[in-house]
Ligand binder design. Structure first.
Ligand code: P61
Length: 444
């Protein structure tokens, strides 16, 4: 529980200016409803807190690790389970071990940390989203799918080495949209012909499994757990940020069925994360993940989770606000280019909209668009991202319907005065992952 603090509109305007229009640079005390992320911001359950009390902090061979590994293997079936402090640590180790300069790593859409870690080792992070994903307003049951025709063509053409193919479930950059079992199976079949392993970026595997249950023929009678097991059975390994569907505040893991790869990963883990039975986590964190993985697959919880995200999306869409349709699992994505058509992509419409939602109602959201995925060319011109989305991510088990009703009211108020909103320009950017620390001002 925490007290709710309201800043005045004038205070929020001042705080926003001081933060260079970048909501990452605000203090959370100055936020009323925090929809920046669903990552690590989840409320842990009684059972998770109880499990933490028996965390065993032995440096090596802790029983907490054994319980963690059993929980991960019970769902994923992978031979090697390597704990890491969060998802990007798993990514860094995976790419360092499997990729060389000049390699290509396809994915339905790489999330930003995945892309950055892949590029950091000199490999190309190639997005191959299925065409349905490009049209934000048009619904499709599995907009997160990977374009299998382009994948097959890439592997058949040869030329560049493809050390692995990834599938992000659900597809975070593309609207929190699910990947179908048929698509996972097709990707696996194509990769198997070329001896290329398939890895799931499994952050939101449980939500993806539930969407398969709801939308894919033949899965209505299966439990989310059975569906998740089938998803993982089609893969050769995974990266995981437990801060999402394992409903914890910190943690992650890396899995593989390849003994040689696992050995190299563990060696690297020891260098930077810790011994392979804790990987940068406390024993109590491993316990919380073991319980959270199971809770995240409970059908009643998933029904409430998916319905409550859709509630936000359906209410703003009914008033005309353009969102990625259908609503995603963990978040609603407003199409900021359609919301603010008078602001060119190079003036960051998603960031401008995020700033307005903060000023209007103390709501924090995140841009997934040109600030996150675009870049400034050598000529000083902005190269826009494919889309400019504003993500409203819903932390798990935190907000109630009345909080979300308030969010709807604030968005609709901003929608009514959208024509007066102005674009932004950059005054500072870091060399990579620039959106975390960028500073902006109102465009001239
Ligand atoms: C998020 F603004 N996601 O969605 P780590 N893969 C995928 C993720 O969604 C993901 C990671 C890997 C976050 C946190 C976040 O620019 C941002 O445990 C599909 O965060 O290292 C994380 O997992 C990495 C928010 C990350 C951002 C980067 O909100």
């Amino acid at each position: 529980m925490e007290p709710i603090r309201q800043r005045t509109r004038a205070e929020r305007e001042r705080l926003l200016e001081e933060a260079g229009f970048n909501l990452f640079l605000l203090n959370s005390d100055d936020i009323l409803i925090d929809l920046l992320t669903d990552s690590g911001t989840n409320a842990m359950s009684t059972e998770q807190w109880a499990a933490m009390m028996r965390g065993d902090e032995s440096y090596a061979g802790s029983p907490s690790f054994a319980r963690f590994r059993a929980a991960v293997q019970g769902i994923t079936g992978f031979r090697h389970v390597i704990p890491t402090h969060q998802g990007r640590a798993a990514e860094r180790i995976l790419f360092h071990v499997m990729c060389r300069r000049g390699d290509v790593v396809p994915n339905n859409t790489h999330f930003d940390t995945t892309r950055a870690n892949c590029e950091y080792v000199g490999a190309e992070a190639l997005d191959l989203p299925a065409p349905e994903g490009a049209e934000t307003g048009r619904p499709h049951p599995f907009k997160g799918n990977l374009d299998t025709a382009r994948l097959a063509e890439l592997l058949e053409r040869g030329g560049k080495r493809v050390p692995l193919v990834m599938l992000t479930v659900t597809n975070n950059s593309g609207g929190g949209q699910p990947v179908s079992m048929a698509n996972i199976r097709a990707v696996k079949a194509i990769c198997a012909r070329h001896g290329v392993p398939v890895y799931l970026d499994a952050c939101r595997f449980a939500e993806n499994a539930y969407f398969i249950k709801l939308r894919e023929p033949g899965y209505a009678g299966k439990t989310p757990r059975e569906i998740a097991q089938e998803m993982f059975s089609l893969a050769d390994g995974c990266t995981m940020s437990a801060k999402k569907d394992a409903i914890v505040n910190i943690g992650g893991f890396l899995c593989t069925n390849d003994d040689a790869v696992a050995q190299a990963e563990k060696d690297l883990l020891i260098l930077t994360e810790g011994f392979p039975t804790y990987g940068g986590l406390a024993g109590r964190d491993l316990e919380a993940i073991a319980v959270g993985l199971e809770e995240g697959l409970e059908e009643e919880y998933l029904r409430y989770r998916i319905a409550s995200t859709a509630y936000l999306g359906d209410h703003i869409a009914a008033a005309g606000v353009p969102i990625v349709q259908p609503p995603g699992g963990h978040a609603i994505y407003i199409d900021a280019r359609a919301f603010l058509p008078h602001i060119p992509p190079a003036q960051f419409p998603g960031v401008a909209l995020a700033a307005e939602l903060y000023v209007e109602g103390g709501i924090r959201s995140v841009e997934i668009g040109t600030l996150m995925f675009g870049e400034r060319g050598a000529d000083g011109e902005e190269r826009p991202a494919a889309q400019d989305l504003l993500r409203l991510a819903i932390p798990r088990r935190v907000y109630t319907q009345s909080h979300i009703d308030y969010v709807v009211e604030v968005i609709l108020e901003v929608w009514r005065r959208r024509e007066a909103i102005r674009g932004l320009e950059l005054t500072y950017q870091a060399p990579f992952l620039r959106h975390f620390t960028a500073r902006l001002r109102r465009a001239a």
